[in-house]
Design a protein around this ligand. Sequence first.
Ligand code: ZN
Length: 471
Amino acid sequence: MSGALQAIPSVLLESPNRLETRWLHVKKQSDLHRQRESLDRQRMDRRATADLLDLRAYEGRGLPPFGWRDRTRGRTHVTATMAAVLVRAYATFRAIYPDRRLSLGDLAQPGGGTLYHGTLVRELEGDAAQDVLNRSRLEGGRLVARSLRPATSFPRELHRFEAPDQRVEVEETILAQHSARPLRLRVAVRRYVESAVPEPDQAKEMIREANAIIRRGTLLSTTTLPYWSRDGARRLVRQHWVSPGTRGQLVVTSSRKQKRRLRVADLEEIRFSRFSARKPDSFQRERRWLPTRVQDGRKTRVEGWRRFTALYEAGHITHLTGRDADISYVTNENRSHFAVDIPNIDVVATWHWFEALCAAAREMGTEVEKILVDRSVLSHLKAGLPESALKTPLFTQILKRSGGHNAHHHLRLLASDRRSEAKGADLMSGLSERTLESLRVPVSYSVPLPATEAAARTPDDAAASSPTPSK
Ligand SMILES: [Zn+2]
């Protein structure tokens, strides 16, 4: 096994701010070839930060009861500053709205880095790491473990599959190792569901589509690398075309280099996906086609195809290093978190949540840089808030209109400095011993607190949050 371990590069650790700067530099490159070069030269696939906390790990250890949009993706990592801000803002909010909840969506993945479409990054250790390593084969220079599992292997996500017995191909790519002893690996996981066997017409259409991308697009890379598969060692050629005009990209693996028109006889696999210049190296809505071959005299020929579609996982331009968080709105009766239901958003309670966030950020030595909300949400807030709120810097400067944020808002803090990180880490390490009351921060609310819920507070609560409702 030590041989396989030698093939895995070491993870390159750095600070969240440094990691973010690198990613932004790569994304800014407008020339595709330069971007590719930059990704390789800076070895982005091996970079991570050790400075993020897994916020969900604090459940049962003093974390106030956030709802979680999902419990499977592992995108629950944040800076210590962000962790403390969320905890203190929520403790403050719950003092006024004890029956209201907020749910968290995507934060950052373990170790940070860009969140690729369709990809979940896992940090595996012990038996789980050893298992992936044992099953892995070298594919194009990387160790990849593939397995076919029924949908029932993902019991929390059964609703995402067509049927319980639908077959799911799990592709685990070993990105880097943290250490060999104990074994700790950084692994990218993609899952594909198999669709019905395509009709011959659909296969013809697929080949036409591939040839169109080759004709219109640009060849981004050609890599010849050894593969080890069940049939032993051999060389395969991987070619990657991108067609920014049609937003398509194509990755073809063949036994021989492909030219202007695909030679089907040489194909091992075809992958289609959507291309976005702002998400380099991300393969959105990926579809894979694998030829099935039959013996024809002494040769084999392609007789049909199997196709797989990547399971959807959101990609993000931000959420790189734990200072971004997707959070539900405050809704009536806590209904429809992360569902588009504008009339159901409780304007005043949501506003108080935003004010608690800003106050908690200041208390932790940072600032809320922005809160992204959709245009529809902004209009809803505007219609429901008094004049006093609309004149605040929170409304005029921090709230930013950004499409698609109609089912959640996106909180972004300023990049944290050493002091706020130390303060946040300190608070989080002692979280289980803290009372909710002691976590609250003082807020100067610009909108009167609701009479019924304010009345429900104890005098102690009032002292801890010292609200100053406007007239
Ligand atoms: Zn977001």
